[in-house]
Design a protein around this ligand. Structure first.
Ligand code: SDX
Length: 435
């Protein structure tokens, strides 16, 4: 479905006779948009929206968020239903193709991903070039970008079959790349992926298994990991997805585009927040210190943020945070962890914040990152790997959005404009004549 004209708005420059009428476009759900493409041609003015808080950069059929209602749909399916009834590979198929697969389609897709999980053997050597204490996100940026140096046999982004293979390679190989980044950091041998394991199970196997003994899968933890991957799979035009789209709009190869997305996700304001939440809770130390921390957050001069809280779009509960919180209780119960101080602190933090005017007025609620770190820590995943896991999950969203961009006949290179507030034109002054 494409957007439809739903009306128009007239823009008049006050104090002049200049005005123009701009079409209003409507989609399936969500606010109408004013199509401003002819604004500069008609009136010689740009629009200004730093951070793109009110700017639609594209048409998309993949994911929809209603921030006021706390709704998240992947291809129209509510995230709660997918988290409960689906699995990550089925969600990958849905995001990439737009529909849930039939049994046959699922089996073929599962096979396609399974048979692309291994890396070119020479890519292993890339790891030796990194310091052992390198942040695994640095390794992810490097190794995913380097995939273009190994799979250049199909980088023609205008060939649908080559796009399909690149999508399989990226979705299938990122868990292997991520697990090897972790193994490298702890000096343990890499484990090759196993074709007899499911996607999440294989990831946990490559992360936690050792050649010295038989790996015993915990189905509850694999299911929890699979659900965490589903929750992080896509999220409209967030910062890292917009980065992937901007890189894709230049015609860059898919591996370079996804590496750019990984780099953008790394920031603590975005995908790095899950790691930052654990650090924040550790620094606070105990529930008694929460009120002091909250008052620091409310003091603008402290520049302290409550990590895992707030969202550009959600002005209500992030539905993923609710599911994450439930999963947290399940995983802790499964692991026999009766009381997890971090979870107790996080829940007390949530209780205090949600009753505090500062947060209520600004509509700040827990987001996807607030509880995810606690689950991952309980599962034995090191803090430095939290954002890596987010990148593993989001790769399918980035690839799906990149594919939609390339297949959109109206797409053109992204090139925002600016308000220039620098020096007006002036002549060069030789150094011996400067003051
Ligand atoms: C993700 O976009 C996506 O979809 C992202 C994501 C995805 O799936 O791709 O959902 C994943 O990135 C989740 C967000 C993870 N980041 C964090 O948890 C970091 C902490 N949160 C903030 O940095 C912030 O809330 C952002 C970056 C998430 C959103 O910032 P905005 O939309 O630019 O909001 P803002 O900075 O304009 O905040 C409005 C007000 C400000 O106060 P005032 O200037 O109006 O007085 O709320 C305050 C902010 O100072 N505020 C916070 C806060 N977040 C916003 N104050 C304290 N703690 C916070 N976390």
């Amino acid at each position: 479905m494409t957007s439809k004209a739903t009306g128009s708005i007239t823009v008049t420059v006050e104090g002049s006779n200049k005005s123009t009428t701009l079409p209003l476009l409507g989609g399936t759900l969500g606010p109408q948009v004013a199509d401003i493409r002819k604004l500069y041609g008609d009136l010689g003015i740009f629009t200004y929206d730093p951070g793109y808080g009110a700017t639609a950069s594209c048409e998309s059929t993949i994911t929809y968020i209603d921030g006021d209602e706390g709704v998240l749909l992947y291809r129209g399916y509510p995230i709660e239903q997918l988290a409960e009834n689906s699995d990550f590979l089925e969600v990958c198929y849905l995001l990439l193709n737009g529909e849930l697969p039939t049994n046959g389609e699922y089996k073929a897709f599962h096979k396609g991903v399974t048979y692309h999980t291994m890396l070119h053997e020479q890519l292993r050597r890339f790891y030796d070039g990194f310091r052992r204490d390198a942040h695994p996100m640095a390794i992810m940026c490097g190794v995913v970008g380097a995939m273009a140096a190994f799979y250049h046999d199909n980088l023609d982004i205008n060939d649908a079959e080559q796009r399909r293979i690149a999508a399989f390679r990226l979705i299938a190989k990122v868990p292997t790349i991520a697990a090897w980044a972790y193994k490298y950091s702890i000096g343990q041998p890499f484990l090759y992926p196993r074709n007899d394991l499911g996607y999440a199970e294989n990831f946990l196997y490559m992360l936690n298994g050792v050649p010295a003994e038989e790996y015993v899968n915990n189905p509850i933890l694999s299911r929890a990991m699979d659900r965490i991957l589903i929750l992080h799979a896509d999220h409209e035009q967030n910062a890292s997805t917009s980065t992937v789209r901007l890189a894709g709009s230049t015609g860059a190869n898919p591996f370079a585009c996804i590496a750019a997305g990984i780099a953008a996700l790394w920031g603590p304001a975005h995908g790095g927040a899950n790691e930052a939440v654990l650090k924040m809770l550790a620094e606070i130390g105990s529930p008694e210190n929460i009120p002091q921390f909250i008052s620091e957050v409310k003091d603008k001069n402290s520049h302290t943020k409550l990590m895992g809280f707030g969202h550009r779009v959600y002005k209500n509960f992030d539905p993923r945070a609710k599911i994450m919180k439930e999963t947290c209780h399940e995983v802790l119960a499964e692991l026999g962890i009766k009381d997890e101080p971090l979870l107790d602190m996080a829940m007390e933090m949530e209780r205090i914040a949600l009753s505090d005017d500062y947060f209520i007025q600004r509509k700040l609620y827990p987001n996807v990152d607030f509880y995810s770190g606690i689950i991952l820590k309980a599962m034995g995943i090191p803090t430095s790997m939290f954002t890596v896991l987010f990148a593993v999950a989001r790769t399918v969203g980035w690839v799906s959005q990149w594919k939609e961009l390339i297949e959109d006949p109206s797409q053109r290179i992204g090139r925002p404009r600016q308000i220039y507030t620098g020096a007006a034109a002036r002549d060069f002054v030789p150094v011996d004549k400067r003051g």
